[in-house]
Write a protein that binds this ligand. Structure first.
Ligand code: NAP
Length: 250
């Protein structure tokens, strides 16, 4: 099992990629601390993991709040004795629209959920991993802002690109402490974030060399690799799991 005995925080665990990761990581032996705002969904996922013989605890909260990032780390330490990894995955697209028309509140909200949350997470997770003698952090970034300037997604693109810059610095700062830090760049993935507009899905599918969108589990398995010891020499990377989105020009 790839995460046997490791304690891992997953944010955005109530839905989509994070929910898929919760099931997969638990099956790989991880002890999980689940985070998101919707506690009823977190309870359901925890119950499913427990029914399968896995271990998970959860705390509902908002990743815009630094105290919540600290609470998740404290939960890991209180229940499982420490923290080995984190999949900082919660995110929102915000309102779509050209930047001259964008409400300033929307810009700040998208930054808070996608980028500030990464700062808070690292701020509290790194000391806990230092106590443990090492660890692995994964931030969910995006193909948007890296390989495609998707019209209408200026704030989201800036936030997700910001995570890559922070990843590189964190990896350099904490590599000597055996803490690896990577960004994961999914392509279009069939989650509630992608909506249910078939025409939009068709447009997005076409961006990808594989001519389809990912299942959430396919992205979760890429995160699993980065969190596991199989990725022991991988740090500071922007790992693309995008179905060929970035190399596809047709
Ligand atoms: N789907 C795609 O095509 C795609 C592509 C590239 C990257 N991504 C990224 O992948 C990550 C996961 O997204 P997804 O596709 O799985 O979407 P999703 O199904 O909408 O899941 C988003 C998750 O983030 C949580 N979340 C949102 N705002 C939050 C907040 N303020 N505080 C705490 N939790 C919050 C949501 O939980 P609650 O609502 O319960 O709080 C939910 O669990 C995101 O970072 C997204 O940007 C997605």
């Amino acid at each position: 099992m790839l995460l046997d005995g490791k304690t891992i925080i997953i944010t955005g665990a109530s839905s989509g990629i994070g929910a898929a990761a919760a099931k997969i990581f638990a099956a790989e032996g991880a002890r999980l601390v689940l985070g998101a705002r919707r506690s009823e969904l977190l309870q359901k996922i925890k119950d499913e993991i427990s029914a399968d013989g896995g271990e998970a605890v959860f705390a509902a909260g908002d990743v815009e709040d630094s105290h919540y990032a600290r609470e998740l780390v404290q939960l890991a330490e209180a229940h499982f004795g420490g923290l080995d990894g984190a999949f900082n995955n919660a995110g929102v697209t915000g309102d779509m629209g050209p930047i001259p028309d964008m409400q300033e509140d929307n810009w700040h909200k998208v930054m808070a959920v996608n980028l500030n949350s990464g700062f808070y997470a690292a701020k509290h997770q790194i000391p806990a991993m230092r106590n443990r003698g090492g660890g692995s952090i994964v931030f969910t970034s995006s193909f948007v802002g890296h390989t495609i300037g998707l019209p209408g997604m200026g704030a989201y693109a800036a936030a997700k690109a910001g995570l890559i810059g922070m990843t590189q610095v964190l990896a350099a700062e904490h590599g000597p402490e055996k803490i690896r830090v990577n960004a994961l760049l999914p392509g279009g993935t069939m989650t509630p974030m992608a909506g249910d507009d078939a025409n939009f899905h068709e447009v997005v599918r076409d961006f990808h060399a594989l001519k389809r969108m990912a299942e959430p589990s396919e992205i979760a398995r890429a995160a699993l690799f980065l969190l596991s010891d199989h990725a022991s020499f991988v740090t500071g990377s922007a790992m693309i799991a995008d179905g060929g989105n970035s190399i596809n020009k047709l």
